[in-house]
Design a protein around this ligand. Structure first.
Ligand SMILES: NC(=O)c1ccc[n+]([C@@H]2O[C@H](COP(=O)([O-])OP(=O)(O)OC[C@H]3O[C@@H](n4cnc5c(N)ncnc54)[C@H](OP(=O)(O)O)[C@@H]3O)[C@@H](O)[C@H]2O)c1
Length: 349
């Protein structure tokens, strides 16, 4: 069984990694929780009521790569840029949740349900990148559509939850919402985790805009699906919006495919895809919503698709509504499923 370090163990994604490991998702010999210097010594095993074999928290500089098989990085791009390659060079398999290595040709960008074959051979870099949270749920819905009728182009609008901004994002939304309810004139301060106050508002800008006007998040949504799906020419147009929802990202996805399809054929293809749950007009409500997806662990582990429709006047135009938990499907679960895949390849102890 592998010895695994969770770097960023106190954060929104890191905690979910620990919870999922505690549930037995990947059997481990030992877990080493890692955080910044301010968290050294914290006993996350007791704080989170876990039964994992786990010592008190250490810093990444204190990690001995000889005592590790896997390191899952969830501490932001700066920590990944500074420390991931040191561990990888020592032979530790690094699974990185940040955007540091995603587009590097020697680093596979992996969604286990979509492109597991990219891990047929252990990468010489010892690095595997976890895609952006919005990308993961998008490609998991797109892959069966591509299989069915070949993707031509994709237009996606995201509705991204505050948990995408980590623990600080969640705290800001909770605190700011209370302030506005107590004083409807309260405007909140610009800045903070989301650039603008989020309570009761929508922010159509996630990350910095480049010269073309695309934001950082939108660039990821354009580039990462091409690499994962192996479709370098795929046209993707994205608008990423932060919404005052605590958990789970939603996406309105409009796809043009090369062959004509029917709504029934699309629903059937999606329903036959492991890990996807299709919500139909027979369900009540007939579509997934973020709060209800977050409410049950079995739903947090799935990608939910609803409002499946083919334009009556254009049988090559498909629209779907996709909801998934960005902390599980979009981060911790995907990362640990990569570890599971690596383990099944016999790469780990
Ligand atoms: N949130 C999401 O939905 C999501 C989805 C996909 C990918 N990601 C990526 O996952 C990463 C973590 O995101 P998050 O939302 O979990 O953020 P977060 O809640 O802000 O957590 C950040 C973590 O990084 C740790 N950290 C900060 N500086 C460190 C250092 N110098 N050395 C070691 N650890 C350090 C923090 O530890 P302390 O508590 O000790 O400061 C904390 O555990 C980011 O790269 C993010 O882009 C997030």
């Amino acid at each position: 069984m592998p010895r695994i370090a969770i770097i960023g163990a106190t954060g929104a994604v890191g905690r979910e990694c620990l919870t999922l490991l505690d549930s037995g998702l990947v059997p481990v010999e030992r877990v080493v929780p890692v955080g910044s210097a301010r968290s050294v010594g914290r006993d996350l095993r007791a704080e989170l009521a876990l039964s994992l074999p786990m010592a008190p928290l250490v810093t990444v500089e204190d990690l001995d790569p000889r005592a590790l098989d896997v390191a899952v990085f969830c501490a932001g791009v700066d920590v990944s840029n500074r420390e991931a390659e040191r561990l990888a060079a020592a032979g530790v398999l690094v699974v990185d949740n940040s955007s540091a290595f995603r587009m590097r040709p020697d680093v596979p960008l992996v969604v286990p349900q979509v492109n597991p074959r990219t891990l047929a051979v252990r990468p010489a870099s010892h690095l595997v990148a976890n895609p952006n949270c919005s990308t993961i749920q998008l490609v998991r819905a797109l892959a069966p559509l591509h299989e069915l009728a070949t993707l031509d182009s994709v237009v996606v609008a995201t509705y991204q939850a505050a948990s995408g901004g980590g623990l600080r994002g969640l705290e800001e939304l909770a605190r700011g919402s209370r302030e506005v309810l107590d004083d409807p004139g309260a405007r909140g301060e610009p800045g903070g985790r989301f650039g603008q106050p989020l309570p009761f508002d929508l922010i159509p800008e996630i990350g910095l805009q480049d010269d073309s006007g695309l934001t950082h998040e939108e660039r990821k949504l354009v580039r990462e699906p091409r690499k994962i799906l192996g479709l370098p020419e795929l046209r993707v147009s994205a608008t990423a919006v932060r919404v005052p929802v605590f958990h789970c990202h939603s996406e309105a996805v409009h796809v043009r495919v090369r062959r004509p399809v029917t709504t029934e054929a699309v629903e059937k293809a999606l329903a036959a895809t492991p890990g996807l749950r299709v919500h139909t007009r027979a369900d009540s409500p007939s579509y997934p919503m973020p709060r209800s997806v977050f409410a049950r662990p079995e739903d947090r582990a799935l990608v939910h698709v609803g409002r499946v429709r083919v334009e009556p006047d254009d049988p090559r135009a498909v629209a779907v509504w996709v909801v998934a938990d960005n902390l599980w499907v979009g981060a911790a679960l995907n990362a640990l499923q990569i570890v599971e895949l690596a383990s099944s390849q016999g790469w780990l102890k």
